[in-house]
Write a protein that binds this ligand. Structure first.
Ligand code: ZN
Length: 330
């Protein structure tokens, strides 16, 4: 598999690793600092570890030379290889405080969340068949990452010092509850993980009750977007896809995307009642996306986020019948 290495500025490299998944590549970054720093790792999927080694070699390094691994969030494509890289190098592993449990106990934590999400199936209107598909969909994540010992947790606001580049930690929950952005103020670079991507809007998390009283991460995500609007960013370096030079403009686009979706949902609900699944299927048809299980689950997460916000805004009204949420316009 081909790896692409791009020098962002002297001493900072983007390593684009192919992965066998619907998002077909993940970006990780090397900072030639003291300590040698890696931002995100790629998953344990066929060929990815070798691709990372090849990419690092193009920058002149071996995994054993890593001094620090910073993980933007606990999704497997960003932290999967952390344990192996730490074993090879003894590197310090850093993540957000809310990522600690999932980092150190990957399988159990994911199983627990999976059970919660399956228990939510009826809430969103999923049939038993789709519920099963959902279980298979989620089970794929169990084996593509390994638990890793964490050396330091951050909350946001800290500076990870490195010679010559310091990274400021910004807490940006929503796509996941434990997401951070790393900001290199001197150069106006932001390592955005999945907080901001060039082509797609990040899917909001479904929050289990032990993480947050809110059912969806979308309100948090939109707050994070609004909070970062004033940040002076010359280039955003995302976890997938191309770098983003119009940071502020892209944030505005993301906000507008969600406003449009909310207006569409309200218009769609006029004179009828729908559940989350029905709204999700309608959305997939509306945007002419492929009707497959992955897209259905992604759409469900996004719709659920919009419904939480629309309810807060008093624009829709929710009724629960037989454990399923049904929405009407107020
Ligand atoms: Zn990702």
């Amino acid at each position: 598999m081909d790896v692409r290495v791009t020098r962002i500025v002297p001493g900072i490299y983007k390593m684009q690793l192919p992965m066998p998944y619907s998002l077909d590549q993940v970006n990780t970054y090397i900072l030639e600092t003291e300590p040698l720093t890696l931002i995100d790792t790629g998953p344990i999927m066929r060929g990815v570890e070798e691709a990372l080694e090849r990419a690092m070699a193009k920058c002149g390094y071996r995994p054993s030379q890593l001094g620090r691994i910073v993980v933007t969030h606990t999704h497997v494509d960003h932290m999967g290889l952390a344990a192996r890289l730490k074993a090879a190098s003894g590197a310090e592993v850093i993540c957000h405080r809310h990522a600690l449990e999932e980092m150190t106990n990957h399988r159990e934590t994911n199983l627990k969340e999976m059970r919660y999400l399956i228990s939510m199936s009826r809430t969103v209107g999923l049939s038993p068949e789709l519920m099963e598909a959902n279980r298979h969909f989620m089970e794929r994540w169990l084996d593509v990452a390994e638990s890793v010992e964490v050396d330091r947790v951050v909350e946001g606001g800290e500076v990870l010092e490195g010679d010559p580049y310091n990274l400021e930690v910004i807490y940006t929950p929503g796509h996941s509850f434990d997401h951070i952005v790393l900001y290199l103020r001197d150069l106006g670079l932001a390592f955005t993980g999945d907080f901001l991507l060039d082509k797609i809007t990040p899917n909001p998390d479904i929050y289990p009750p032990w993480k947050s009283p809110r059912i969806s991460g979308l309100p948090d995500y939109l707050d994070s977007v609004a909070a970062l609007r004033e940040l002076r960013v010359v280039q955003a370096l995302p976890g997938h896809g191309r770098c983003i030079s119009n940071f502020r403009g892209r944030l505005e686009e993301v906000l507008e995307h969600h406003e449009q979706r909310k207006r569409y949902i309200v218009a769609n609900l006029r004179g009828r009642e729908m559940n989350v699944l029905e709204l999700a299927l309608d959305l997939i048809r509306f945007v002419e996306a492929e009707m497959n299980t992955t897209n259905i689950f992604l759409a469900i997460r996004e719709i659920l986020g919009h419904m939480v916000i629309l309810e807060d805004e008093g624009k829709v009204f929710r009724e629960t019948r037989d454990g399923t949420f049904f929405y009407k316009v107020t």
